[in-house]
Unconditional design. Structure first.
Lengths: 198, 483
């Protein structure tokens, strides 16, 4: 787990974000992420993120559900336990449609949620660095990673120029960890980090 | 961007008054952070009391057997299965609001979907109790699962609608829970990041799974919500269809009808919306959320109630017609004598059902009555009484006089433990709902923020000026945007 240095710019409104993202990408700064209190349609495209394949995963889980349940019931009623109920056919496909359907939906949904949690690294007790506590309330937080080619004052003034109302520099761990927020990996508290310009 | 944000002036605002993002958070999260009110405690304790009475009723039933209920030949299904179908039906409105209205892009669902989904989950929990405890030897309940066992292996019967029910209800519960909770995660993170108290930070930190609000995560979250909505839509229709198969695939007169699946689904949505109204009318008042669950939301839901109530009415009439047109003497008897005849032992319940479900909701054709909170609350209770009697009519009036007149049952009335079980599920439902309204955001915070700039009152006012502009100007602006 690597601790890196970031310049954090907070916007009060989602309006300037699109323009800001465009300019950050054009100027070659390393855009770490944008944290928003609600999904902003089109921002992922503007940031150059590719479409998620989560729905494809859901489709694969669904196929697994359909085939496994159908073949299981077929095996039970034709091979393992062929029960004669009034001479009705053992392979009773129409009667198996409800269960096959329900199991398809179950597999797809459970699989997708687990995949989602895995991809986003979401789980109970997981801790992550929060660049700004109000990113889940009303602030739109753009985080730019500092590299050897960029210096913080330059990036800070760049972000202010884009309309950020609050800019600061943070050393942060980018991954997740378990346990507590200790001294190095603490939650961001206003005033405790270096504030370059307001 | 101008085009995407456009919403017609004809549509009333979904969020009243001049709100910004922070105020939305404040308004919705504040009841969670405040101490519970006296009213909350009273309601909560009454619910827990009911729940405990239900637990004792079940204790009696488990210890002394199903004989504690007044079920007997020929009425083997009485209050318990009536209650089961009633509770499952109530759950359906939550999924309709959260999933089907999401696919139809109905903005108003954002104000009510969280509470409605919670209602779904609690209602399905209550529903599940009835078939489980009706098994009698409940410690063998796991026999309904198809697992490799040492009894043969003796498999479950995959051709039985009762087993389809096991799969349908358990899938429905699981998927509803996942859908609800995945939507809650960002809002729980909002509560976590505002928390001052240590235990609150810990609890909501635990519950919010380390959500940060990253754009990539939001993108996946959107995709997940959309697919879960797409899966839930056929699922919710299938669940009550399968419940109706419990009856429709039998050969009992009054049950053996092909109209049951659509008729049950419409009835489920009907009763579910009534329950949503009951809950939300109280919640918006007690939690001060009248600006988010507006009179517009109430009115729209009343429209759904009058629509589905009328569909149910058409189904009732169709059933009657077919019982005559089909010329099956047993079915004709079941409808003409056991139901329509007001002076037969259960004739009153049929007409009570007709009055509550078909006739009374017609008052919602009037705008004034749709927007009247007292009338709405009263009607929401009436509809749920009516829908309970619908299930009672279907179950009891079809089986209390079977093919053998000598075994025709005397008047069936529930015992106190049968009633206690039903009251107990009310206790369970409201205990869960009270806890939910205290510890979770009752309205989807992130979703309200998402629609705020389109449907919030202050933003609609700005839209008025845009609408005044000439089409040419608008075209030029959009054209300019594309460069």
């Amino acid at each position: 787990m690597a601790v890196k240095k970031f310049v954090v710019g907070c916007f009060d409104d989602e309006g300037p974000l699109f323009d800001a993202v465009k300019k950050v990408r054009k100027s070659g700064y390393k855009l770490h992420d944008v944290y928003t209190p609600f999904p902003i349609h089109g921002l992922d495209k503007a940031m150059g993120l590719r479409d998620t394949s989560l729905h494809t995963a859901g489709f694969l889980y669904a196929i697994f559900g359909t085939t496994s349940m159908l073949s299981f019931m077929t095996w039970v009623f034709t091979a393992d336990f062929p029960l004669n109920v009034g001479g009705k056919p053992h392979f009773a496909l129409p009667a198996w449609i409800p269960i096959t359907f329900e199991f398809t939906v179950l597999c797809s949904c459970v699989g997708m949620v687990i995949t989602f949690m895995y991809l986003c690294q979401l789980a109970p007790f997981v801790k992550k660095h929060h660049f700004h506590l109000r990113a889940t309330d009303d602030k739109f937080v753009m985080v730019i990673e500092l590299t050897s080619k960029t210096n913080e004052s330059e990036v800070s003034s760049f972000l202010t120029g884009l309309g950020a109302t609050e800019v600061n520099v943070q050393n942060a761990e980018t991954g997740w960890w378990l346990g507590r927020y200790d001294k190095e990996q603490k939650l961001f508290v206003e005033g405790q980090s270096e504030t370059v310009s307001a | 961007m101008a085009l995407l944000r456009y919403e017609s002036q004809v549509r009333p605002p979904l969020v009243e008054n001049d709100k910004n993002y922070h105020q939305v958070t404040e308004d919705i999260v504040r009841p969670i952070e405040a101490n519970p009110t006296r009213l909350w405690w009273i309601g909560f304790l009454i619910s827990v009391g009911l729940l405990l009475f239900g637990v004792y009723s079940i204790y009696r039933e488990v210890t002394y057997g199903v004989g504690q209920w007044n079920l007997n030949k020929t009425i083997g299904w009485g209050w318990d299965i009536t209650n089961f179908v009633w509770w499952v039906g109530i759950g359906h409105a939550g999924t309709l609001i959260s999933a089907i209205l999401l696919l139809f892009r109905q903005g108003w669902r954002t104000g009510v979907n969280r509470a409605a989904e919670a209602m779904t989950i609690f209602a399905v929990m209550c529903a599940g109790q009835f078939p489980i405890w009706h098994m009698g030897r409940v410690w063998m309940a796991f026999f309904v699962l198809p697992y490799a066992n040492t009894r043969g292996p003796l498999w479950v019967n995959f051709n039985s609608p009762l087993l389809w029910d096991v799969f349908a209800i358990s899938t429905y519960f699981t998927v509803s829970l996942l859908f609800w909770y995945s939507g809650l995660i960002p809002d729980l993170a909002t509560v976590r990041d505002r928390a001052r108290l240590k235990w609150r930070k810990f609890m909501y930190g635990l519950l919010s799974f380390g959500w940060t609000g990253s754009t990539k995560h939001w993108q996946r979250h959107e995709s997940l919500s959309l697919v879960l909505a797409g899966m839930s839509t056929p699922l919710v229709l299938s669940v009550h269809t399968v419940v109706s198969f419990d009856f429709a695939t039998s050969v009992i007169p009054g049950w053996h009808t092909t109209i049951f699946p659509p008729y049950f689904v419409a009835g489920a949505i009907f009763s579910g919306f009534a329950m949503v109204q009951t809950l939300l009318l109280i919640s918006r008042k007690v939690l001060n959320l009248e600006e988010y669950i507006t009179i517009e939301h109430i009115e729209v839901m009343n429209k759904v109630i009058v629509l589905t109530g009328s569909i149910v009415g058409v189904a009732y009439l169709t059933e009657l017609f077919i019982s005559w047109y089909g010329q099956n003497p047993n079915e004709g008897w079941a409808f003409a004598q056991n139901r329509l005849n007001l002076f037969s032992p259960y004739g009153w319940s049929y007409w009570l059902m007709m009055g509550c479900n078909v006739i009374s909701p017609q008052i919602f054709w009037f705008r004034k009555l749709r927007r009247n909170l007292v009338v709405t609350f009263f009607m929401s209770v009436i509809v749920n009484i009516g829908m309970w009697f619908e299930r009672f009519v279907i179950i009891v009036t079809s089986i209390y006089r079977d093919y053998l007149p000598s075994s025709w049952s005397t008047y069936y009335a529930p015992t106190i433990w049968e009633i206690g079980f039903y009251l107990g599920t009310f206790g369970l439902f409201f205990t869960c709902y009270f806890l939910f309204s205290k510890f979770f955001p009752v309205i989807a915070v992130a979703e309200i923020k998402h629609i705020l700039k389109k449907s919030g009152e202050s933003y609609k006012k700005n839209m008025y000026h845009i609408e005044k502009e000439s089409t040419e100007h608008f075209y030029n602006e959009v054209h300019h945007d594309h460069h």
